[in-house]
Design a protein around this ligand. Structure first.
Ligand code: PLP
Length: 455
């Protein structure tokens, strides 16, 4: 018989505050800059797009920020999420390591993303906002925000990359079910969309174009705001509920992690699981290793430059200090769509620069090998993004075996893979490949960045 061990928390044991790591970082991130003036952006620059409460959180140095009651009540639908010990995986790997994982796939949208979507919808609702625009690639973020805005009676307009809109309709159906208006991007609704369509009526779209359209719509209407699902400080703040719960759950086991692992797109689920443990590294002199895992085909943390860059491909956003491959970098079409982002959030970038966290890159085939092994022994089918964290958890468990010593591993399982079964099918039929990328390719897009940070 396989052993299943779920370490549970009652709802009332859920953390009541998010953890703001800005309060404790030895070096704060450099400020975001206005792309024309190169001056730090102020709240007034961001006010057309975001509610003031989120703008304040973006720069707050308060260590603990209270979770509003309305948000807490909605979190209760699926939180606390389970923490499991992966006994079967340990047995399969014949490792002395203990492997724990936090499972965020139990949320209504199937990933960690609703943790911030609900908070963002709430602060917009409180400010009287009637409509929010956003962009989505394969639909993870769009579906999380559709769920959240619906609960607050806010209308959501999602610009979905056209090729995904056509090829991956199921997340679109989810968004429609939650009442969102989903528009294939590029569209005729915006100037940026029309300009693209004029040049290429058959444009498949891109995340960069979709961002431009969503931002343009929000800028045009004072009752409309814009919302982003990763990268920004306030997004990572909301995700710390993951690590805070994991800490409480682990207390019940008597174990404490030697290494904490998260997959890395813009940094939100990684920051969410990791920051509460970094807090204890800072305050209690613990020495937990913190590892971010990115795809080898989109290696901004392991091979990118630390430089100011745009958050989007079109160059509309403020300049953010980050590890980046350059905003014009186009990653290969791997299936972990949520990890195909050229840059990283400012906080995680500073932490990496200060060597307070580590980064690793893993090839696509290794991630699917890890994910399918995991599904077979632990039962949960992970999202391709989450497979990156699993791959490195397995590497760490194997290392423990080689070294013949025990260690405790914790990783975040950021979402389920029910809408990604086509990718698993391709893996099983031998059609998936690893993509390698040359230093010259990286230098091409990194070389175009203005050298604002001198090294
Ligand atoms: C979006 C997404 C990611 C990557 O985004 P982060 O902001 O880096 O967390 C990872 N896993 C899943 C399941 C996602 O939907």
């Amino acid at each position: 018989m396989h052993k299943i061990n779920r370490i549970n928390l009652e709802g009332h044991e859920m953390p009541t505050h998010w953890y703001n790591i800005l309060a404790d970082m030895p070096n704060k991130p450099l400020p975001p800059l206005h792309p024309l003036t190169l001056q730090p952006v102020g709240p007034e620059d961001l006010a057309p797009l975001f509610p003031m409460e989120l703008i304040k959180q973006e720069v707050s140095s308060e260590r603990w920020i209270e979770i509003p009651e309305e948000v807490y009540d909605i979190y209760r639908i699926w939180r606390p999420t389970p923490l499991y010990r992966a006994y079967n995986l340990e047995k399969q790997l014949d490792t002395p390591a203990k492997i724990y994982y936090k499972y965020e796939g139990v949320s209504p949208a199937g990933s960690h993303k609703p943790n911030t979507a609900v908070a963002q919808a709430y602060y917009n609702w409180k400010e009287g906002i009637k409509r929010i625009t956003t962009e989505t690639g394969a639909g993870q973020w769009g579906s999380a925000l559709s769920f959240a805005t619906q609960l607050f009676g806010i209308q959501l307009q999602v610009f979905m990359v056209k090729i995904s809109y056509m090829q991956k309709p199921y997340r679109k159906f989810m968004m429609n079910t939650w009442g969102a208006d989903v528009i294939p991007s590029p569209s005729e609704l915006t100037e940026s969309g029309r300009k693209i369509l004029e040049a290429d009526p058959n444009s498949p779209g891109s995340l960069g174009i979709a961002i431009s359209e969503a931002v343009e719509m929000a800028m045009k209407d004072p009752n409309t705001h814009y919302s982003l699902g990763s990268v920004l400080n306030h997004v990572l703040l909301h995700q710390t509920i993951i690590g805070l719960e994991a800490l409480k759950q682990l207390e019940k086991t008597g174990d404490y992690p030697d290494v904490v692992i998260g997959c890395f797109g813009g940094g939100s689920n990684f920051g969410g699981i990791a920051f509460p443990f970094l807090h204890l590294n800072f305050m209690e002199n613990k020495h937990t290793r913190i590892v971010a895992v990115e795809p080898a085909s989109c290696p901004k943390l392991t091979r990118g430059a630390f430089q100011y860059d745009f958050g989007d491909v079109a160059g509309f956003t403020p300049l953010i200090p980050m590890y980046t491959l350059g905003h014009e970098f186009t990653p290969a079409a791997i299936h972990a769509g949520g990890l195909r982002y050229h840059g990283a959030g400012a906080i995680v970038s500073q932490l990496l620069k200060d060597k307070l966290i580590e980064a690793k890159a893993v090839g696509q085939l290794e991630t699917f090998e890890a994910g399918s092994l995991f599904a077979r022994v632990e039962g949960i089918i992970p999202a391709p993004e989450s497979n990156h964290a699993i791959a490195v958890a397995i590497q760490e468990a194997k290392k423990a075996k080689e070294e013949g010593r025990s260690k405790t591993i914790l990783f975040n399982l950021s979402g389920h893979g029910f809408f990604d079964l086509g990718a698993y099918d391709q893996y099983f039929s031998g059609k998936l490949e690893d993509y390698s990328i040359s230093d010259q390719e990286i230098a091409k897009t990194v070389g175009k960045l203005k050298k604002i940070i001198q090294d």
